[in-house]
Design a protein around this ligand. Sequence first.
Ligand SMILES: [Zn+2]
Length: 201
Amino acid sequence: MSPQWSRIAQLAFGFTFACMWSAQASAYDFHNCSDDEIDKIAGAAAVAETVMRIAEADLNSIEDGGDATRFETYLGSPATSERTEHVRQMLYAIWQGSMANAAYYCNRACPGGANAFSEQGSALGNQKTYPVYLCERFMDDDELNTYDRAATLIHEYLHHYGAWDPDFIPEDWDEWARDLAETSPNTAISSAWNLQFYIDQ
Ligand SMILES: [Zn+2]
């Protein structure tokens, strides 16, 4: 995990709430966002969709007998069809569900200096839109690029579908996720960090 990722992990951590996005949305739903902020979110969402397409191709490859290293690194082994299918359903949910129905709220206050948060499981109930709350760091931190912002959106989208976070901040999120994948693959498969790393690596 790069230092930058470690930092993002720390920024994004810490909430019962979590976040996500999709480029398929025909009418994005923005609240309290400037034109510049909307451009940043839309740019990140476009990258998020590209990243999700690549993850879909990786799942297809695994199911065709291809290399499962990336999957096993973050989601544990074995990469059975049952487990890849679980991840595929999550991927499609955030892609077609969260991204298409996200409501973005800019200029929110993030506890603990995170860059975003969202409502855990909001896509699983009757809500028509799934809020993603974006904080000052998401917009203004010069160390974040569009790819980093895309990763944050993916992470938040995953929370919409119930993906969980640990209740502590590890020293290194990437290492924490890899360890979890190795020791508890069936726990890792529903962790927001593990799924995010698998999807965006
Ligand atoms: Zn989270």
